[in-house]
Ligand binder design. Structure first.
Ligand code: SF4
Length: 435
């Protein structure tokens, strides 16, 4: 959340720079509008145009105009317009300012090239009636005796839920029907009409997909559902030495480095546990301590990773994307990076269908799986405990006083090391399981 906020302000700064450089534009920032019945909007930018008309600008750090269920920029802007107009300010045009995802930094940021001014006036007009109705319903709700138990997302799939779901719906247990993989809204409807929210109450004859039924069975029987054969197959195909590998990356709304683009990740660190056929385990790592493309990181990878052996990762698509993007940045290293991708396998895959435990709560992230299958190992003793805060810490390290740099670097190294060691432990757990 802090990163989002900070990046939002950063983009706003460039929008301001863009308007300032135009010289003759009459733009005010952060104009506030309030209505007597309790609406409040702080408009990112408001322009008095030459013909007496007013334009409203909503600034986002995304790379497109989003209209999905979770983030609907049209509705956001519509709320601003309605609030401003109810407070007496007519709005003629509405623009959504977002980032150009294809912009590649080359020297100083060029706001005109990095920003996109999308005219969304018509799209906003279209949703004014429905948004007005929703606003009035919300105001009426706030003015009434409020019954806060339950919100409308109980009818929707988990992908629609926001962080407040558990607060508004305390009667929904964990895990719940919402933890079932790809459960559609009509099934949620059917289960709710039978008063079923917890997995223990899902009837045996309720129609579910195979993957959903495995989760229910695991919960009701209080044990994981394991298919040994695909696990044995997966493990038997691995080639030693095994390279348990994980990148940490950095990305920012406004590109930090030349040759990078808004929100494009680039690796700044990796951890590598190497397991030999004779059971010996070695650890290698690299952390880039300067704001710099991953050229030195790549050199170290070439020293640390030999020509033979499987690379074992978790959620391989992310690591593969990083390697592909590095190959585009450094074409001379494309053969090496493409070969790594060809040798990479994804340990997470096994936990989607071959080893399913309801206690994963519908997630196969390494942290969820680890806490169930290897509970002796967790992240609680570490300063950095997830990828997002690793990214924040790396940026903090770049700007830190010299005496603080080492401490932050150590926190980052320990975090990434834990990720690959967790994979080693999960690998041993699986080997034991099939033995
Ligand atoms: S989970 Fe509840 S509070 Fe959150 S978006 Fe859905 S309806 Fe709103």
């Amino acid at each position: 959340m802090q990163k989002l906020l900070r990046e939002g302000y950063e983009v706003e700064r460039y929008v301001k720079q863009f308007f300032d450089s135009a010289g003759d534009r009459n733009v005010s920032f952060q104009a506030e509008f309030r209505t007597d019945d309790g609406l409040y909007a702080r408009v990112d930018a408001l322009e008095s145009m030459g013909n007496g008309a007013t334009a409203l600008y909503e600034i986002k750090s995304s790379t497109s105009v989003k209209t999905d269920a979770k983030h609907n920029h049209i509705k956001d802007a519509c709320f601003q317009k309605i609030c401003a107009e109810r407070a007496g300010q007519h709005i003629d045009r509405v623009f959504l300012v977002h980032l150009n995802g294809d912009y590649v930094r080359n020297g100083a940021i060029e706001p005109g090239a990095m920003l996109v001014f999308a005219d969304i006036t018509e799209a906003v007009e279209e949703v004014v009636p429905s948004t007005s109705k929703e606003i009035d319903a919300a105001l009426a709700f706030l003015a009434s005796e409020q019954n806060m138990s339950g919100c409308s997302c109980v009818e929707k799939t988990r992908a629609n839920h926001c962080d407040a779901f558990a607060i508004f719906n305390p009667e929904v247990p964990t895990p719940s029907i919402y933890s079932l993989p790809r459960l559609r809204a009509n099934k949620i409807d059917d289960l709710r009409s039978m008063n079923v929210l917890g997995l223990d109450d899902v009837p045996d004859d309720f129609p579910l997909s195979e993957n959903q039924r495995i989760v229910v069975d695991s919960f009701q029987e209080g044990e994981p559902k394991v298919s040994v054969q695909p696990i044995r197959q997966f493990l038997s195909e691995l080639i030693f030495p095994l390279y348990f590998f994980d990148y940490e990356t950095f990305s920012s709304a406004v590109p930090l480095l030349d040759r990078t683009s808004p929100h494009k990740h680039f690796p700044v660190q990796y951890s590598l546990h190497i397991l030999d056929a004779d059971g010996l385990l070695h650890h290698k790592e690299y952390l880039e301590r300067e704001a710099r493309l991953p050229d030195r990181l790549l050199d170290r990878m070439k020293e640390d990773i030999g020509p033979e052996g499987s690379l074992v990762s978790w959620h391989a698509s992310f690591e593969k994307t990083q390697s592909r993007q590095m190959a585009a940045l450094f074409p001379d290293e494309a053969d090496f990076l493409n070969d790594l991708n060809d040798r990479m396998v994804d340990l997470e895959d096994l936990f989607k269908t071959a080893y399913v435990d309801a206690r994963f709560d519908g997630s196969t992230s390494i942290k969820k799986v680890l806490q169930v299958v290897c509970p002796h190992l967790d992240y609680s003793d570490l300063d950095v405990q997830d990828g997002a805060s690793a990214m924040e810490s790396w940026k903090r390290m770049l700007d830190a006083a010299p005496e603080e740099v080492d401490g932050i670097a150590q926190s980052l190294l320990r975090y990434c090391e834990r990720d690959t060691f967790a994979m080693v432990e999960i690998y041993h757990f699986l080997m034991e399981l099939i033995s």
